[in-house]
Design a protein around this ligand. Structure first.
Ligand code: 5RP
Length: 224
């Protein structure tokens, strides 16, 4: 088993009968979704809300019952990946472009469990360029506003075209360098018109499950 699979499998064990859960996006969440689907096949009763069209497709293929926010108000638990995790369990997310739905789903969850391999642990966030989802209309003005707070954003591309999210928006990858004050930067970005959402998840994760190359899972919890 690789480190991502170990983390995903361990995190799936936190899911209990009757729960409503959020399903994350990415190559580590993928393993958690598979492990949850195995438990559903054995009789686990849950309903899930996916954080991307890709995850929705995977969940349907694996037979995980889905629901949506017209039918449920909140979720018991969400399991999702991350691009960086610091010592206070603050995160950079959005490498896979799903950060807006991921943040909405996480904010509606009583608990957020993050699954990563050990390469994602950092002392200070920011080596990974911060993904920021922006409106397509007047996107150039949003780039200029973000440039004004300390980085030169790059418009994410896919196959030579601007990458478009599941929500019809663009992503800017923003090299802020070391982010010494994630909460402060989060507020600055929240205040910029044109920004739909950004990949800083401050004080949202409750638990991080880290798969190691040694074949074990380590768990870090908020406040420890
Ligand atoms: C998608 C995300 C992913 O969770 C993040 O990029 C980690 O992905 P992976 O587990 O494939 O490294 O935030 O928007």
């Amino acid at each position: 088993m690789n480190a991502k699979q170990i983390a995903g499998q361990q995190a799936a064990s936190y899911v209990e009968d009757g729960m409503r859960i959020g399903l994350g996006t990415g190559s580590t969440a993928y393993w958690a979704i598979h492990a949850i689907a195995d438990r559903v096949k054995q009789g686990l009763k849950i309903e899930a809300i996916p954080t991307s069209k890709g995850t929705e497709k995977l969940a349907l293929e694996l037979g995980i019952p889905l629901t949506d926010f017209s039918r449920v108000q909140n979720l018991d638990l969400t399991i999702d990946g991350a691009d960086e995790v610091d010592a206070k369990l603050q995160l950079i997310k959005g490498g896979g472009g799903a950060l807006f739905r991921e943040k909405l789903v996480a904010a509606a969850s009583d608990q957020l469990i993050i699954v990563v391999d050990e390469t994602k642990e950092v002392d200070v966030l920011g080596a990974f360029h911060l993904p920021v989802e922006i409106a397509v209309f007047a996107w150039e003005t949003t780039v200029r506003r973000i440039s004004g707070i300390g980085c030169t954003p790059r418009l994410r591309q896919k196959a030579g075209q601007a990458y478009v999210t599941d929500n019809g928006n663009y992503i800017l990858d923003c090299p802020f360098g070391s982010i010494m004050d994630p909460a402060g930067l989060s507020h600055q970005l929240d205040a910029i018109i044109g920004v739909v959402e950004h990949g800083l998840f401050v004080n949202m994760a409750d638990r991080v499950v880290i798969g190691t190359s040694g074949g074990e899972a380590r768990v870090r919890e908020k406040g420890f």
